[in-house]
Design a protein around this ligand. Sequence first.
Ligand SMILES: O=C(O)CCC(=O)C(=O)O
Ligand SMILES: [Fe+2]
Length: 403
Amino acid sequence: MSTASEIYTELLELKTRIGLEEISELDIACKSTIHRFLSNDSALSNIPIIKIDAVLDYTYERINIGNWKDVKPYLRKTMTIASYIKLIACIKSIEPSSHLDVLHLQKLFKIIDHGLLFGCPIEKEPQLLQKCATILNKHNCEQLTDMKLSSSAQNQDDIQNIDSSCHQGNEIIVECPSMEYFYKEHILTQKPVVLTNCIQHWPALTKWTDQSYLIKLAGLRTVPVELGSKYTDAEWTQKLMTLGDFIKQHIFTTEGPTGYLAQYQLFDHISELKNDICEPEYCCFSDTNDPVDINAWFGPKGTVSPLHHDPKKNLLAQVVGEKRIYLFSPSDSEFLYPHDDELLNNTARVDPRCPDLELYPKYKDAKAQICILKPGQMLYIPPKWWHFVESLSISFSVSFWWE
Ligand SMILES: O=C(O)CCC(=O)C(=O)O
Ligand SMILES: [Fe+2]
């Protein structure tokens, strides 16, 4: 295990990758704090943490005023750079010959994750904060193995123990189709399909069934979690917590509100996890050069994504556990009673598990395709197809959205 001073040295090497051009619009006082750090090795000891905190507080406030999409990139870049400086300053304040303990690591990962959640990549080193996290992880993985889980055997069983009487519905399953077949039969015709045998090689398929692997790799990392049974409920909310706390409080207990790490770009945040998955080749059938949006969906048994549709093509890969999915064609929209509200008009009012035919009589004309997605399978959901997703066990899925 490395000493604080060795880690400090390694982290400091990344400093040369930071340029000031990208934050030239920044307020002069903040800029001078950052500039002092960048221009002189020894200057760091002269910058009290309180000054860096002031830059972080100022930037955080500016970022959180108004609409997220209107935030100026220089503010989010400042958040990234100031988080890096704070990280360096914090390590510098630890006795150089000592080893980092869990409390140190907790504090340091909080700084990195705050920067990743509110900042954005800087040009010359888009992976700046991810690299810092990798450096800390590499040197200190042993520390994290001690974080014991209070998992009961029963909950572990939850991963595998599915009611085998669930019928397979009327979906089609195709074994690893050729690129040509998939393009002609599914992309062009916009027909959903369950694909088997396409992701068998993913390390995630074996690694992620072991929660202690996720805890060891990323237990101290902060992630956003949705709380509440579904996003259409009034009491639904979101919270930031560490992945370790999420696993302990929401994966291995059934008390309290359902927690769902849903629709989150976890692989941009924790880059080590990306090595466990692989972007499917079918995503190359694209009309743009935009990167594929990869999202994680990790939760206990009983998470529900209400009936909704998305604008992009989607391959939903099931890694751990099973999900029941109801699909409806876009031509069934009028039978599903979409909300009128602009924010929710891609979401239907009907719950296909127990449709209220008095309230929603036209639902009787809708044609559901139901499938149970199993580990190692991938469901292709064409753009605008309605889908309702319920987890039947502890579940980890990865979605690939592309245009
Ligand atoms: O798995 C889920 O809960 C929902 C997935 C979904 O809606 C999607 O991938 O677009
Ligand atoms: Fe969706």
